[in-house]
Design a protein around this ligand. Sequence first.
Ligand SMILES: Nc1nc2c(c(=O)[nH]1)N[C@H]1C(S)=C(S)[C@@H](COP(=O)(O)OP(=O)(O)OC[C@H]3O[C@@H](n4cnc5c(N)ncnc54)[C@H](O)[C@@H]3O)O[C@H]1N2
Ligand code: MOO
Length: 405
Amino acid sequence: MNDYPTRLGFDQARAIIDTVAAAHRLERERVPLARAHGRVLATDVDAPIALPPFDNSAMDGFALRHADLDGEQTALRLVGEQFAGVASGQGIGPGECLRITTGAPLPAGADSVAIKENVRVDGDRVWVPGSVARGANVRHAGEDVNVGDPVLAAGDMLTPARVSLAASLGLDTLEVSRRPTVAVFTSGDELVEPGMALAPGQIYDSNRELLMGLLRAEGLEPTAWPRLPDDPRAVEIALRDAGCAFDLVITCGAVSAGEKDHIPEVIERFGRIHFWKVMMKPGMPVLFGSLDQCRFLGLPGNPVSVLATWLSLGRALADGLQGRREPRPQRRARLAAPIDKAHARREFQRARVDSDDDGVLIATPDPATGSHRLAAAAAANALVVVPEGPQMLAAGAVVEVLDYP
Ligand SMILES: Nc1nc2c(c(=O)[nH]1)N[C@H]1C(S)=C(S)[C@@H](COP(=O)(O)OP(=O)(O)OC[C@H]3O[C@@H](n4cnc5c(N)ncnc54)[C@H](O)[C@@H]3O)O[C@H]1N2
Ligand code: MOO
């Protein structure tokens, strides 16, 4: 009798991943902004300064007092200039204006800016049209962010816009979660490195590139280990070795029911299995465990199973270890063709998802459903999620889709 769940529902598997990941949150570290991109923020950030920090001009032109404008054209006296980068301290009085550039502090007394193209300059006279509105082209201090405003939250993904917001607030470092170190193993005596000659019965190792690419697309820096042979002792040594050196060990293959599938017994003997076999298709034999210091993910060997298990479960594990709270964007699309399925498992079908002329996302499922069909996976750009249980989804039905990275 196993002491771990098996043949469990997809949502239950996902919940176990979330719980185990939360219990093994990686520590935080402070990094310079240049290294913060794509990381998960570990603390809330409140604005130390206002944005903009001071009233300033949105355009190149002339700062003026709106009350001075009278009729179609008003002549104002040019009394100086205020460029971006210095605060000259010069203000304006009634009937006066100041030449100003975009981003320059608004001089005391001014409340509006007339853009350069709309005025006529004649010596120290500046003719301004009456159409300039009060407050035109002025950006006010704090209109974007006030001092103390909460601007970023722990668990946010640091997108370029968020890192640049931190920069605009004068922050030069951010506290982020450490990224998991990841070891990647492919396994099987049938596998040969691309570029070598194939002997009868051999195939090229395609999962290594698939998995390394998927991991790198998440900003991870995985280490590919030598392929595991179908030898129990060699598998044990390699996995135990990696288990004490990495935060996450991912294997693909050797996790199902075959005589050469040695991975589950190694994890059970030397670590702990959190679950093995999930009611999903492809990817059913997926195994999640812990081994020494690391979380262990045993993905099934079929290439499309690797894609489906990584996108639906593996990514959630990497997110959870880093404390990502912001959910991945949930996308839905309408089916271009019906999908009928009789089995009980949640199914992930390859599809092309594109938007139609009305802006509606349309998913065209690929009829190739075999989990070895990599060409169909390469032609697709997403996986359509077909819910558990028998389903007869008509063309036009709305389905969840998982975009490829
Ligand atoms: N009696 C049973 N047989 C199988 C079951 C089962 O429950 N009972 N599950 C099937 C399902 S579903 C899958 S998926 C596979 C998964 O098996 P493994 O994870 O043990 O993977 P392998 O047997 O090692 O390989 C499966 C398949 O994928 C090819 N492969 C493996 N690694 C690579 C690689 N790096 N690059 C390219 N191709 C790879 C391998 O040659 C096999 O064809 O088991 C079913 N069988
Ligand atoms: O579940 Mo397997 O991954 O169908 O091919």
